[in-house]
Ligand binder design. Structure first.
Ligand code: ADP
Ligand code: MG
Length: 451
């Protein structure tokens, strides 16, 4: 772990020589999970927020890019000490943020105010706002699903913040399903060790007395039978009594694996909303919004440049912008205005990875695997629907995810005409609007292809 951190420090030192001493030297690595690629770092509490917001993504990208560790994610926690430098945020605001985080698990800054709307999340945002103001009503539970990095956690946390602002005395708890599982396991162990039900009862009590419970990434309940049963009890203690439950997941309810059917049917009984990958305009809006939060003047031209190339998720978009901003800030010779040249230079690796990895061949293989047909059927003239539809889906994805022209795509699908490709693209575009299953499958496929 130390060695890994030393390597990262070296990279950080090259990238941000001026920031190094203040921001990176005080950090200590505390935990490294090689299997999941999760690195936990501890820093003085006054620095944690900025480190999380400004540098976490940079460190993650260095790990994945320069050091080639995949997957790789970074958690930054407080080491309990306060640093000598004063922070820009007033200490009152910070301590109330910290208090809220400690009591409820709600992270500062993940609010509606910082959440950009667009076609991709319109319905989800409307539902979330409704639930935050009329908790326990008809949309209970609210189930939010979508791909990685599309803003599920942010939106769920925003509900918690808004609800607490409206009801400061309310009991709110926001946890990941994994935390719920771990906490439950710990309570079970303790009850076993002490030969009493006390720890389990306390656990149960802590949840059944809540006004609002937010559980992130419920797909993690997969296979965890005991925790599912406990979660079912929690559900029954809250939802029928008009206490609001909000859940996020990477898949819609029917797609959840190894979760008890009675639980799935409960999860479906409220409202289910999807968050889709942001469209171009929304990607630009997110970049401009984020730049504003950093107090940085981001020329629209540069935002467009980034938004055109990074399509799949918001986290990636944010990370790219943070890298550009950080690079600019610590190279005073570059001046204040962010230019396309700087963006190109900083993001070169990321873009090239993005462009090279998606090929028509790759799409054909992924789609064929997914629908359990032969890759050869991508080129064949066979037309039963179970083959023709995947083929059209592959053409659609080739158009969306590669730079190839319609005739080129047609040529790669057994020498088909460009009008055939155009027909496929139109048909799938239309059908996904009304067919939720198809729409979901397209999201999944896209995530697999983009990686
Ligand atoms: P998920 O939980 O779906 O994987 P997150 O909620 O963690 O995604 O979002 C990833 C990052 O992108 C977070 O930093 C979040 O604040 C940001 N983000 C996502 N969607 C939006 C949005 N619509 N507006 C502003 N920021 C967003
Ligand atoms: Mg999340």
């Amino acid at each position: 772990m130390l060695e890994l951190w030393q390597k990262l420090l070296q990279e950080l030192n090259t990238l941000f020589p001026q920031a190094f001493e203040i921001w990176f030297q005080p950090i200590k690595p505390v935990q490294w999970n090689e299997k999941t690629g999760e690195l936990t770092l501890a820093a003085p509490s006054a620095k944690v927020n900025t480190l999380r917001q400004t540098y976490r993504t940079v460190i993650e990208q260095l790990g994945r890019g320069q050091l080639g560790i995949k997957p790789f994610s970074v958690e930054i926690i407080s080491n309990g000490a306060s640093a000598s430098e004063p922070e820009a945020v007033s200490s009152d605001k910070r301590s109330s943020d910290e208090e809220r985080l400690e009591k409820t698990g709600l992270l500062p800054g993940l609010t509606f105010e910082n959440y950009v709307h667009g076609n991709a999340n319109q319905l989800a945002v409307a539902a979330a706002e409704h639930v935050a103001t009329s908790a326990g009503g008809q949309y209970n539970p609210l189930y939010i699903y979508g791909g990685v990095g599309l803003g599920k956690t942010h939106l769920m946390q925003a509900i918690g913040h808004r609800y607490l602002d409206l009801h400061p005395k309310a009991k709110v708890r926001c946890v990941s399903a994994q935390d719920f599982i771990n906490e439950f396991a710990a309570a079970t162990r303790e009850s076993g060790a002490t030969n009493s039900q006390k720890a389990l009862q306390q656990f149960d009590e802590r949840y059944r007395t809540l006004d609002l419970l937010l559980i992130d990434d419920v797909q993690s309940f997969s296979g965890a039978k005991g925790s599912q049963a406990q979660f079912f009890r929690t559900f029954e203690a809250l939802v029928p009594h008009s206490k609001q439950l909000v859940l996020t997941s990477d898949t819609y309810t029917k797609g959840l694996k190894d979760i008890a059917p009675r639980l799935i049917s409960r999860l479906t009984q409220g409202l289910t909303v999807a968050i889709e990958p942001p469209e171009f305009e929304m990607r630009i809006a997110i970049l401009l919004n984020k730049a504003k939060a950093f107090n940085i003047d981001l020329p629209e031209e540069v935002a467009t440049f980034i938004a055109k190339r990074l399509k799949s998720n918001v986290r990636e978009l944010e990370g790219a912008l943070q890298q550009v901003i950080a690079f600019q800030q610590f190279q005073p010779s570059l001046g204040k205005v962010i230019t396309i040249d700087v963006a190109k230079r900083v993001l070169r690796d990321q873009f090239s990875v993005n462009n090279n990895s998606v090929t028509i061949e790759n799409i054909q293989k992924t789609v064929a695997d997914y629908y359990k047909i032969k890759v050869a059927d991508m080129f064949s003239k066979r037309r039963p629907r179970n083959i023709a539809l995947p083929r059209q889906i592959a053409m659609y994805l080739a158009k969306e995810l590669t730079q190839h022209s319609l005739p080129e795509i047609g040529a790669n699908f057994g020498g088909r005409d460009h009008t055939t490709v155009m027909h496929a693209v139109r048909k799938i575009t239309q059908e996904r609007k009304t067919d939720a299953d198809l729409n979901h499958e397209l999201h999944v496929l896209k995530q697999i292809i983009i990686g």
